[in-house]
Design a binder for this molecule. Structure first.
Ligand SMILES: [Zn+2]
Length: 317
């Protein structure tokens, strides 16, 4: 399990704003959505609180506490920083904060206080492991960052703090990265980038598996789920989940369960309860896909968001 690139690999598929909610299709799109690929991992059940915990032939689902002992609804910056450092960031700060990191959260992600081990990407870099964020970022993103009009969110900040480059439009065009909507449609329509390659949903899932194979840790951030949760539109949410399920189908078909595991998890609840506009205090799913013996080792210590980085490092190092 050691050596550069020879150990088991991990694909971290991060879904922003996805909790485990009630099995009520009036408020929870996961209860009503036709998600055959996701349900196949859960013994036919939807991704709702009553489904967890479960161990099926191909996946294990556990609930993870996202509140971390701190009052109030969890937020993206502190939740993601916790996922990426193994530190209980809301408890250290005394509050949940987001969506973008404030200076204290940014300092934790950059490990600039020097008293702690680095973030997940830094630690893997120092151990000689290969990791990457597979999302492509358009030129306009880098321009607004440079001008100060945009702050990094937690995940890209952790990545660049490890000296890793964010993937670009060139990477997307060359098939070395994926667009946040998986298909490239958004780049064509909203980023004035009509030459962006267009992938079918199933193809983008296969691409995710193919790209992950080059790394010890491959990370993909999907934030449209949180966006849809704030939007509170059931039809939009159901359509988003149907799309995600097709991507998942492509990923599952291409993934070698003996060679590595896929972790699907989140920073806080939101999309699973469209009756409220903000985040929820529900647990988030830790859906771990792979061979049973690999999963058992990976999930042994998983209870809350702060356990994710230790589990990943225990797995990859
Ligand atoms: Zn949000």
């Amino acid at each position: 399990m050691s050596g550069n690139g020879t150990g088991p690999r991990l694909l971290f598929l991060f879904l922003d704003g996805v909790g485990l909610g009630t099995d009520n299709p009036m408020i929870n799109p996961f209860a009503g959505a036709a998600m055959p690929n996701l349900r196949s991992l859960l013994g036919g059940q939807p991704l709702v609180a009553s489904a967890a915990p479960i161990e099926s032939p191909r996946a294990t689902l556990l609930p993870l506490d996202a509140c971390l002992g701190v009052p109030g609804a969890p937020q993206s910056a502190t939740g993601q920083a916790t996922l990426l450092t193994g530190r209980n960031v809301p408890a250290e700060l005394g509050y949940h904060y987001g969506p973008k990191p404030n200076p204290p959260v940014a300092a934790i992600l950059r490990s600039s206080n020097g008293a702690h081990a680095g973030n997940l990407f830094q630690t893997l870099r120092d151990a000689g492991k290969r990791s990457a964020l597979l999302n492509a970022y358009p030129a306009s993103y880098f321009a607004t960052i440079e001008s100060g009009r945009r702050l990094y969110s937690a995940i890209p900040l952790a990545v660049i703090s490890a000296g890793l480059a964010l993937k670009t439009a060139d990477d997307l065009a060359a098939g070395r990265a994926l667009s946040t909507d998986f298909t490239g449609q958004g780049w064509r329509e909203r980023l004035n980038s009509p030459d962006t390659p267009l992938l079918a949903h199933v193809e983008s899932g296969a691409r995710l598996a193919e790209l992950a194979a080059a790394y010890d840790l491959a990370f993909f951030e999907y934030w449209l789920s949180d966006y849809a949760g704030h939007g509170q539109d059931m039809a939009v949410a159901l359509s988003l989940l149907a799309t995600f399920d097709e991507v998942l189908g492509g990923l599952l078909a291409a993934w070698d369960d003996e060679a590595g595991i896929i972790l699907i998890t989140s920073d806080h609840g939101n999309l699973e309860d469209l009756s409220v506009r903000g985040h929820t205090m529900n647990p988030v799913p830790a859906l771990v896909i792979g061979a049973p013996e690999l999963r058992r080792r990976f999930t042994a210590g998983l209870r809350d968001l702060a356990d994710v980085t230790p589990s990943i490092l225990g797995w990859l190092l």
